[in-house]
Design a binder for this molecule. Structure first.
Ligand code: BQF
Length: 284
């Protein structure tokens, strides 16, 4: 078994971003700027936002945190997005999801300027990914592809099974694997024989949100197993969708949780923000 170390690969990505940001900030007289919006007091979301702000400082970006109460109205949030769209110092805008239930997530995402949409959730960017003509990729699937490349794994011709069909991970993940000539199957809650679909896979990407759903009997010997899950197990410990202990000896490559895909998600956000900044200055 080869462990794919997400923390290590993420550090490399961030280091490259930091180098570019330093050089370009001197050229243009302004740093890349990321605005992060957090609405409400979900503790996990608060940690994610804090870490994203920390990453910005590490790579030499400016960050603008907008922490709003759970009582924020749709109109107030829309007004903030419009203000950030117009702000020259803000090159990337991220609205931490999920939003409190009384807010219309889709309307907020649609209001973000596609050029500043560093999560790549705006319909324009989603559409561009579908046709392979994109500036941004959603951070988690982009991070998974980086991890696969970092391990020297080629996707071309391989059987890829993606478990989960969310707009944020599963669907774009399938598209990226397809772009690299994988033969892609997408599984979900209505899939008839999940175990069989998984066992066929040369590359298995689990993004369902069910602790330890994927066990060794569902994995082909030598397969590449990428675990996107972020769950708590029966002891409250952070764990993925893959039963790491049983699968690790069967997989050819495997990502751990924590320290696998998660750090890459954060690193790719920095990369996307740099891309948005460069685009704002007409380069690349
Ligand atoms: C690690 C996220 C579900 C819903 C909304 C490093 C992160 C996580 C884990 C992280 C995630 C998950 C993020 C590790 C951002 C990934 O060491 O394993 C980093 O910060 N993530 C998010 O912003 O929103 C989510 C998962």
């Amino acid at each position: 078994m080869n462990l794919i170390n997400g923390k290590e690969v993420a550090a490399k990505v961030k280091n490259d971003v930091r180098g570019d940001a330093e050089y370009l900030s001197d050229c243009f007289g302004v740093k890349p700027g990321l605005a992060v919006i957090l609405v409400g007091d979900d503790p996990a979301s608060a940690v994610y936002v804090k870490n994203k702000t920390k990453d910005c400082a590490e790579v030499g970006f400016e960050s603008f945190e907008h922490i709003l109460p759970a009582s924020t109205t749709q109109e107030e949030l829309m007004a903030l997005v419009k203000q950030l769209n117009a702000d020259k110092k803000v090159h990337g805008i991220l609205c931490q999801l999920p939003l409190p239930k009384h807010l219309n997530e889709r309307e907020i995402i649609n209001a973000i300027d596609p050029k500043k949409d560093v999560d790549a959730f705006h319909p324009e960017n989603v559409g561009r990914i579908m046709i392979g003509d994109y500036d941004f990729l959603p951070c988690t699937p982009a991070g998974v592809m980086e991890l696969i490349h970092s391990a020297g794994i080629s996707v071309s011709g391989k059987k890829c099974t993606v478990i989960g069909r969310s707009n944020i991970v599963g669907k774009p993940m399938a598209m990226l694997l397809l772009h690299e000539n994988g033969t892609v199957t997408v599984c979900h809650s209505k899939t008839r024989n999940l175990a069989e679909e998984c066992k066929d896979a040369d590359i298995l990407v689990a993004a369902v949100g069910r602790a330890k759903l994927i066990t060794a009997d569902m994995v082909k010997e030598g397969a590449v197993v990428i675990d996107v899950g972020m769950n708590r197990d029966e002891n409250g410990k952070l764990c993925g969708d893959v039963d790491f202990e049983s699968v690790k000896d069967k997989a050819g490559f495997i990502t751990p949780v924590p320290g696998g895909v998660g750090p890459m998600t954060r690193a790719m956000l920095m990369k996307n923000t740099l891309t948005a900044y460069k685009k704002a200055f007409g380069i690349r």
